[in-house]
Design a binder for this molecule. Structure first.
Ligand code: THU
Length: 130
């Protein structure tokens, strides 16, 4: 259970990171934030490249940021973008790597009105892990 206050902090962190998105090719800005098991927050934004396939999604940047700071288990990830988009398949697998019960919050960037919540098991059932 994640308190409303903490959920709002996650949304704010993702929205702030989204402002730094490097997305000159798609113009689709995404911010993501993570709640680590000890309560610390980490965020990231999408980073595109002229060689389009090298683009890295906001979710994976946020996870890399948290891992770099020594955090490996996450209670929740929040994604802020237009239309509250759902994480791509690669990001789902990446999220799954660091928690089988991670809550995924999808939030619309226009006023934060559209919100959806899933577990990673709902978005990636029968997932691969070692
Ligand atoms: N993108 C993300 O950062 N996260 C998602 O969940 C969906 C897609 C990015 C990748 C690319 O920079 C842009 O959105 C358009 O696909």
């Amino acid at each position: 259970m994640i308190s409303d206050k903490l959920q709002q902090q996650l949304i704010d962190a993702a929205a702030t990171a989204r402002q730094n998105a490097y997305a000159p090719y798609s113009n689709f800005l995404v911010g993501a934030s993570l709640l680590a098991e000890d309560g610390s927050l980490f965020s990231g934004c999408n980073v595109e490249n002229a060689s389009y396939g090298l683009t890295i999604c906001a979710e994976r940047i946020a996870i890399g940021n948290a891992i770099s700071h020594g955090h490996k288990k996450f209670k929740a990830i929040c994604v802020v973008a237009d239309n509250a988009v759902s994480p791509c398949g690669a990001c789902r697998q990446f999220i799954r790597e660091f928690g089988s019960e991670t809550l995924i919050m999808l939030v619309d960037s226009n006023g934060n009105q559209m919100r959806k919540k899933f577990t990673i098991d709902q978005l990636l059932p029968e997932s691969f892990s070692l």
